[in-house]
Design a binder for this molecule. Structure first.
Ligand code: HEM
Length: 445
């Protein structure tokens, strides 16, 4: 029988408000009442079935992507990302584009970026003021933007880099405002939405102009010069599908904006959370310092710290798939037109998988490797985050550089609460710290 799993009976407007304002408490409450599977009803959205049983997640992540689509579930982002964005495509077009892009994000390719990221991170730390409050999240946003401009777009330091970052910052500030996201979500085809889109076009146009110019110049390089470059854009310009076709200019531009939006705030927030957690767990921090003293790029402990941070403080609390036809899930038929929401937040807090789930204990990932369907900060299946290797490399490289180069204390010793920041879950006070010492001061003493 086609029936939706049970869920709260509150009016849609109330469920929407609670989901926007206190999503963690809202999910915890439903999981306590209904268990691993429950249906939430939000305004302007199909019914959403939240899932946190690892077997259910396996069924969803391995399902036919034609049947469970991710692109339609991301429709809301189209005005920002552009119609050719990997995040919005489904079916054959998604597969083709993903195959074209995957090699440029492969772990071995990406490994070469560590030195550039490390150098940018060391320079960033050297600019920090001593003994005054410093919101790390904002600094990490600046740093991840530099990393994207340099490593992904291949733009060297100089006027082009400055102009690009200023224009990207205006776009990011626009899309980080959660009122705008809510306006886009709730106000389909209303004057509010039109006004919102007008503002978006004003910040998007200068970004497109500069990206188009960069793509044109890259395409104009002779093959030898292009092959000698290692930035992601240069790799994407050279990529060909099985019929020998490259990505079009429009596809390239939309993918660059997508990489920026998908990769910037997420990674910056993850680094900020890792430092926020470490500073409140001195033993874990001391162990990391020890590891870095022996291996400046870090080893298993750094990896475990990164994984435990993303478990306990997932940047995106759910991912989504839209059922285009009835879908059999754990003996039940989910009707067509339902959204399935593998719930990162709830899976990561299952006490049967993670004993003492609320504790920050990186060693759990030394004792047991991260499971495909129990550690899902990057989603899963054919839609799993394209930038996962890149994100992990950047998170670990920056974390190592900050811990090596500076001695930080939290501005307020109390743990920072989780706050929804547009679509990401960020530290409420921006992971604010005080820099007690840093190089060169460290080396003088
Ligand atoms: C800690 C940082 C990051 C987190 C937590 C994160 C998380 C995610 C999640 C949850 C998804 C959706 C997966 C799904 O639906 O199953 C996703 C998709 C995606 N991410 Fe990331 N991401 C991060 C960093 C990055 C970076 C650095 C890039 C690129 C430079 C990137 C590019 C993408 C792209 C292109 C997709 C769409 C993949 C597709 O639809 O095929 N992400 N990411």
């Amino acid at each position: 029988m086609d029936t939706l799993p049970p869920g709260p009976r509150l009016p849609r407007a109330v469920q929407t408000l609670r989901w926007i304002v206190r999503p963690g408490a809202f999910m915890d409450e439903q999981a306590r009442r209904f268990g691993d599977t429950f249906t939430v009803r939000l305004l302007n959205s199909p019914p959403m079935v939240f899932l946190s049983d690892p077997d259910a997640l396996r069924e969803v992540f391995t399902a036919d992507p034609e049947l469970l689509r991710a692109g339609v579930a991301n429709e809301l982002l189209e005005p920002v990302l552009g119609a050719n964005s990997l995040l919005l495509l489904d079916g054959e077009r998604h597969l083709r584009q993903r195959r074209l892009m995957l090699p440029s994000f492969h772990g071995e390719r990406i490994a070469g970026y560590a030195r550039t990221i490390d150098a940018l991170a060391v320079r960033e730390v050297a600019s920090w003021p001593l003994r005054e409050p410093l919101p790390l999240l904002a600094r990490m946003q600046e740093l991840t933007l530099r990393v994207i401009a340099r490593v992904v777009f291949g733009v060297e330091a100089g006027p082009r880099d400055e102009a690009l970052r200023t224009r990207l910052r205006a776009l990011l500030d626009w899309s980080a405002d959660r009122r705008r996201v809510v306006a886009l979500a709730l106000a389909s085809a209303t004057p509010l939405r039109d006004r919102s889109l007008g503002g978006l076009r004003a910040v998007l146009r200068p970004v497109h102009a500069l990206l188009d110019e960069t793509v044109r110049e890259r395409r104009a390089l002779d093959p030898g010069a292009l092959a000698a470059r290692d930035d992601v854009l240069s790799l994407l310009v050279q990529a060909r599908d099985e019929r020998g076709r490259p990505l079009s200019d429009a596809e390239l531009r939309d993918e660059l904006v997508t990489l920026l939006i998908a990769g910037h705030e997420t990674t910056a927030t993850a680094i900020a959370w890792a430092l926020e957690r470490l500073l409140r767990h001195p033993a874990a921090l001391a162990r990391l310092r020890e590891e870095l003293a022996a291996r400046p790029a870090g080893g298993d402990w750094l990896d475990a710290v990164a994984k435990e941070t993303l478990r306990l403080r997932p940047i995106l609390p759910i991912v989504a798939r839209y059922a285009t036809a009835p879908f059999r899930l754990q003996g039940r038929t989910i009707p067509a037109g339902t959204e399935l929401a593998p719930c990162v937040y709830l899976v990561h807090r299952r006490p049967d998988v993670y004993p003492a789930p609320h504790a920050f204990r990186p060693e759990r990932f030394l004792e047991r490797p991260a499971g495909t369907y129990t550690w899902i900060p990057f989603g899963g299946g054919t839609r799993r985050c394209l930038g996962v290797s890149f994100a992990m490399l950047e998170l670990k490289t920056v974390l190592a550089a900050v811990v090596r180069e500076a001695e930080l204390t939290p501005a307020d010793p109390a743990p920072e609460r989780v706050r929804r920041h547009a679509i990401t879950w960020a530290p409420e006070a921006g992971a604010t710290v005080v820099v007690a010492r840093r190089r060169p001061a460290l080396s003088v003493v």
